[in-house]
Design a protein around this ligand. Structure first.
Ligand SMILES: CC(C)(COP(=O)(O)OP(=O)(O)OC[C@H]1O[C@@H](n2cnc3c(N)ncnc32)[C@H](O)[C@@H]1OP(=O)(O)O)[C@@H](O)C(=O)NCCC(=O)NCCS
Length: 176
């Protein structure tokens, strides 16, 4: 059964393969599409440290909140990831929410986003979040379904100036 873990060196080969998959298909979250694979190949520990830059205890740049990256893995195979934000600011309250996720292209349509969200809600509960805010583009059926399968309650459909599509906001109960 896939589990949500801290990013670590044992997943390097599989993670880099997943980033190449996302970049060659152009399908993934923005930062994944911008990762520099040769740099990561050369110095994976620096990349792992970079992923911890918003951890509690680190100085935050303006406009950022504490957050953590978690990877969904099975054995040494990387399947997808979540970002769990520990609090919301005005921007995240509007768009972005507490939890973001993606599944590598070759592992989609197997229930992994649903599981990433289920496990991330558990993590959010540990962080003292009772209701997690999730947003997704109105046309992102896979993400919407994953949220609905985790009991998300629709707040409504919204638009903001700097996002090209209408998007949905859901409140999702967390659980132990
Ligand atoms: C959206 C995304 C996370 C879905 O991941 P996934 O692992 O394929 O999702 P799941 O397998 O858990 O599927 C959840 C539900 O959505 C459905 N679904 C998944 N992808 C779908 C698609 N492209 N079209 C229609 N339905 C889809 C599944 O069939 C399932 O519904 P069901 O149980 O009723 O059959 C994945 O496509 C992805 O990483 N996309 C790029 C990044 C992204 O959009 N992240 C979310 C930002 S809000």
């Amino acid at each position: 059964m896939p589990e949500l873990v801290q990013p670590a060196g044992r997943y390097k080969a599989s993670f880099l393969e997943a980033v190449r998959e996302a970049q060659s298909s152009g399908s993934g979250l923005g930062d994944t599409l911008r990762f520099n694979v040769p740099d990561m190949q050369r110095d994976f520990p620096s990349f792992l440290a970079h992923l911890c830059r918003f951890a509690p205890g680190q100085p935050l740049p303006d406009g950022f909140v504490h957050s953590e990256y978690l990877w969904l893995v099975e054995g040494d195979t990387y399947l997808g990831r979540a970002s769990v934000r520990h609090t919301l600011n005005d921007r995240l309250r509007q768009f972005g929410g507490h939890i973001g996720y993606e599944v590598r292209p070759s592992a989609r349509r197997q229930g992994h986003a649903t599981r990433i969200l289920q496990l991330s809600l558990k993590r959010a509960h540990q962080l003292g979040i009772a209701q997690a805010l999730l947003t997704c583009d109105a046309d992102n059926t896979g993400s919407r379904r994953a949220i609905e399968k985790n009991a998300g309650v629709l707040e409504g459909e919204f638009r903001i100036d700097d996002h090209p599509k209408p998007f949905l906001r859901f409140w999702v109960p967390t659980h132990p």
